[in-house]
Design a protein around this ligand. Structure first.
Ligand code: ASP
Ligand code: MG
Length: 410
């Protein structure tokens, strides 16, 4: 029988009643003839509570015990979901990560999936089981310890299962009804997209669109898993949600598909850096080692043989970045006058695969911002994305103006 993966996020399993609603959706797919693998998150708020308890108990916690604690939320929902399905006379059982086993590496709290053997679950389907309920977000390390996949990791569990079982589709049930051209809370003209290309979704996810964990999109792209994002609160229909798919499957190719923003990006400037070969490596090497996610980089050369180096990174990594740079300076590997951290900025990006073949998108974006009197502080581009840093107070205005200018409401 064809296999379908259905993933339910925290709000969709927030209490026994919601779990029943979700189970009914699973029942509809079972009735269509699918064997279903259900991936569940913890009840909404649960993981945050567990993380809080760990921090309260041991601020410099042992990551292996962190994983033991925070993985437990999913165990509860997996068992409850299996019980609910059994109450509906649907043959189901639950699986914790280690029982599958979902094998990961040993990077506790950020583990990466290495392998999902499918024999155990397929054997159960062969015996008449119709639904395997799997606790998302968790796995087992080569040392036999429980691991977790990073916040939002159940999305990645779901896509990895879809790939490992060659599922027909991976449906991600959440509390929004799909992927939007921009955040509907910022622009009331935001429109739900019927389809979006993997690469566009990857950019949007890494820019902070919270619907999908970035790694889940990477995996889906690599294994060509058809992903659908949809709401568990809307009436079931075949047209519901947004399909994340190969770009060949998308007919109406707009130049720009979405406008994203991030208010958590900071601008860091190293003033009067000595200008000589190796200096960029001297700066960004230590930052990489400290795990800083550097995004945009700009270098301004001056006449006096020095340069100002500007880059952006998430606001909550500023302190760590400063420490890494000051340590490198103290060790004599780089020289600079001072570090200026500006946390009053926001990053605005326009994303679209159509940009590859259509020139002038950057020019248009800059014109729109200048017409609104918004100053651009840093620019970065990729093949399908243009990002700028601006003063945070203009963030909403910029998003709305760009959404209008690229006619995304149509
Ligand atoms: N419960 C985990 C979290 O909140 C994993 C997930 O729901 O995707 O991060
Ligand atoms: Mg999530």
């Amino acid at each position: 029988m064809p296999i379908l993966v259905m993933k339910f996020g925290g709000t969709s399993v927030a209490n026994p009643d919601r779990i029943r609603r979700a189970a009914k959706r699973v029942g509809l797919e079972v009735a269509k003839g699918y064997d279903v693998i259900v991936i569940v998150s913890a009840m909404s708020g649960k993981t945050n509570e567990l993380v809080g308890w760990v921090n309260e108990t041991s601020p410099l916690y042992d990551a292996r015990e962190y994983d033991a604690v925070v993985s437990s939320g999913e165990n509860v929902t997996a068992g409850l979901m299996a019980l609910t399905l059994q109450e509906m006379d649907i043959p189901a059982r639950s699986w914790q990560g280690w029982q599958v086993p979902l094998k990961t590496n040993s990077s506790h709290s950020q583990a990466r999936i290495e392998e999902i053997p499918n024999e155990n679950i397929l054997a159960k389907f062969g015996e008449g089981m119709r639904v395997a309920v799997v606790a998302g977000f968790q796995g087992i390390s080569p040392e036999g310890r429980i691991t977790t996949l990073g916040r939002g990791g159940s999305d990645t569990t779901a896509v990895a299962f879809a790939a490992a079982f060659d599922a027909e589709r991976c449906d991600i049930y959440t509390d929004v009804d799909g992927v939007y051209t921009t955040d509907p809370r910022i622009s009331d003209k935001a429109r739900k997209l019927d389809k979006i290309a993997f690469e566009e979704m990857l950019e949007l996810a890494s820019l902070g669109a919270k619907v999908l964990q970035t790694r889940s999109v990477e995996l889906a792209m690599r294994y060509k898993v058809k992903l659908r994002v949809l709401s568990s609160f809307e009436e079931p229909s075949d047209e519901a949600g947004t399909l994340v798919c190969d770009e060949e499957e998308i007919m109406e190719n707009k130049v720009v598909s979405g406008v994203a923003y991030s208010r958590d990006e900071a601008k860091m400037t190293l003033v009067s850096v000595e200008d000589r070969p190796g200096i960029a490596a001297g700066i960004f090497g230590p930052l990489a080692e400290a795990g800083i996610n550097v995004d945009m980089i700009v270098q301004n050369i001056s006449d006096e043989g020095t340069t100002d180096m500007t880059f952006s990174c998430p606001t909550d990594q500023v302190k760590r970045a400063e420490k890494a740079l000051n340590d490198a300076k103290a060790a004599g590997s780089i020289g600079f006058e001072e570090i200026i951290a500006d946390t009053n900025v926001a990053k605005i990006s326009v994303v679209g695969i159509g940009m590859r073949s259509q020139p002038g998108v950057a020019a248009k974006m800059f014109k729109v911002l200048s017409d609104e009197g918004i100053n651009i502080k840093v620019i970065a581009t990729s093949e399908i994305k243009i990002s700028v840093l601006i003063d945070r107070k203009y963030m909403e205005l910029a998003v709305q103006a760009l959404h209008d200018a690229f006619e995304l409401e149509k």
